[in-house]
Design a binder for this molecule. Sequence first.
Ligand SMILES: [Zn+2]
Length: 291
Amino acid sequence: MTKAAAVDARAHCVSIDVEDWFQVANFFHAIPRASWDQQISRVERNVDGILELLAARAVRATFFVLGWIAERHPQVIRRIAAAGHELGSHGVSHRFVQDLGPDGFRDEARRSKALIEQLGGARVRGFRASTFTITRATWWALDVLAEEGYEYDSSVFPVRHPRYGVPGFPPEPQRLALAGSRSIVEFPPLVYRRFGRCWPAAGGGYFRLFPLWFSRHAIAQAERHGRSAVLYLHPWEFDPGQPRVAVGRLTRLRHYANLARTAPRLDSLLARFRFAAMEDVLAARGLLAPR
Ligand SMILES: [Zn+2]
């Protein structure tokens, strides 16, 4: 596995938000939270598949784990750690930051960090909020993260979107000054600059619906500007056999289209570009101390 010292500052990153197929924000109405424990979990087999794919290319990735998953499937977290990957937090309940409020958000940031550190046996440094919901309206969340001992965040998406995004936010990794003398590093997901705007290009539906050359093009553009691309994917996106939920046509398209393509596409990008864990790239850029 690649060590921090050998990582190029311009390497790109694969991040995996570890949640199960029924915990997706688009399903919040179709699958009540109270029924989550009755759903058939597929997260373990899907994470195993991702670990195999990464191992075959000797790539160290970053896994932002939902506390809800860590509580119920501790073996999954242990396996990710044993494979040498970086573990970060994705909160506990997958609620949006604005719905949790400052106290609820702090509680989840604290509990998930402690649990994932205990299971993984290593300090958790990074955080990603459910559905990138750290926006101008919830900027206080960055103060909370710094106070709770997080060193970087990857929840600020520099795009215009109805549910998330901070349009105009610089797309490169940077240290943000916070209240008091605190600070935190922000490492935004990949965007593609075109027509004077930033477009999402990092993962999710875009990764599966757009042709592969678009992902390659967006990563190459980031590379030309000295940026590191942060891709984000979910275990359920590697799983064409997951149960189908009765949702609207648009959600169905975004969620189920081209699921069989995720693994070969990611593999082709891993073969073409250099990748490393987020903490290692940030350390190589002098934004974080090496682990
Ligand atoms: Zn998520």
